[in-house]
Design a protein around this ligand. Structure first.
Ligand SMILES: NC(=O)c1ccc[n+]([C@@H]2O[C@H](COP(=O)([O-])OP(=O)(O)OC[C@H]3O[C@@H](n4cnc5c(N)ncnc54)[C@H](OP(=O)(O)O)[C@@H]3O)[C@@H](O)[C@H]2O)c1
Length: 277
């Protein structure tokens, strides 16, 4: 499995999303994903499934160092004490003494970003996480994090798929050696019905979801975290690692609509905020 080296960690390119799964559904989905070969599990305090993820991890015979676990702190918990509390709760529920990546789940207006990141750095130094990062950060926010605060972020986790252009953010992160983690990488399953992707898939003996995931992983240092409750789709998505796309496939995918967002809550930042001068 190919990994992305970023800020001292190896982030497995192929990850497993767990949003919208809780209880036994989540526990058995994670157990099954680990059996399929996924080694990168994505959760968050907000998903209310860390205990279920933790139960699956606890039953696994895999060694801790072979696993990558990402969790996130919600945007109303960004004061230093609240971040620490959230991290403590996450670790307790996950039954882990550290995670591999700890992210600010969303930016929020009025947050004290330098203080929040200082706290994340302290948690890293204390060994509670191996690396830190952000999610849903726009270009000007990333500039603030990287150039002004100089926080050593390992990734920005953003919505990214064949229907959403993320070139400016991706290019900025690539220039600074920071990975992208693509969420909603199969556009909530909609890629399965796409005529362009179906045609490409047919030529390669693959499926549209595999083509969509491979396309993302071809965009540089990009990890993907598709969610699938059942083993068949987990296997299918994992199989994207062995799909090879050619130039014609990339050209065809470039013609798809590129401004579709599936995740755009009221508290989202201004996505297209211009870069700072
Ligand atoms: N940082 C953030 O703000 C943020 C926001 C959203 C998501 N995320 C993370 O990113 C992960 C992935 O995003 P997502 O779950 O929203 O969307 P997604 O992975 O693009 O799509 C998941 C949906 O696609 C279906 N599916 C899975 N494999 C498929 C296949 N091969 N063919 C057709 N349909 C398929 C799943 O159904 P079944 O499960 O029934 O198979 C599910 O309904 C989340 O689980 C979460 O961990 C992060």
């Amino acid at each position: 499995m190919s990994d992305i080296e970023t800020r001292g960690i190896l982030l497995p390119r192929m990850g497993f999303g767990t949003f919208m799964m809780t209880g036994d559904t989540c526990k058995s989905a994670v157990e099954s994903a680990l059996a399929v070969g996924y080694r990168h599990i994505d959760t968050a305090a907000r998903y209310e499934n860390e205990a279920d993820v933790g139960a699956a991890l606890a039953q696994s015979a895999l060694s801790r160092s072979d696993l990558h676990v990402t969790t996130k702190v919600w945007h109303d918990q960004l004061a230093p004490d609240a971040i620490r509390r959230s991290m403590g709760e996450s670790l307790r529920k996950l039954k882990l003494d550290h995670v591999d990546l700890f992210l600010i789940h969303w930016p929020t207006p009025g947050m004290d970003l330098p203080k929040a990141l200082e706290t994340l750095v302290a948690l890293k130094e204390e060994g509670l996480t191996r690396a830190i990062g952000v999610a849903n950060f726009t270009l000007p926010l990333l500039q603030q994090v990287v150039e002004e605060i100089r926080a050593p972020i390992a990734c920005n986790q953003i919505e990214y798929h064949v229907y959403l252009d993320q070139t400016p953010i991706r290019a900025y992160l690539a220039d600074h050696g920071i990975a992208v983690t693509a969420y909603c990488p199969i556009a909530k399953g909609e890629v399965a019905e796409d005529a362009v992707l179906k045609a490409i898939a047919q030529r390669h003996g693959a499926t549209p979801a595999q083509v969509a995931l491979r396309w993302l992983m071809d965009q540089g240092e990009v990890a993907v975290i598709p969610k699938a409750a059942g083993r068949a789709r987990q296997l299918e998505n994992f199989g994207s690692l062995s799909v090879v796309l050619d130039e014609a496939d990339h050209a065809a995918i470039a013609t798809l609509p590129k401004a579709r967002r599936y995740v755009n809550p009221a508290f989202a930042p201004e996505w297209d905020a211009p870069a700072r001068p």
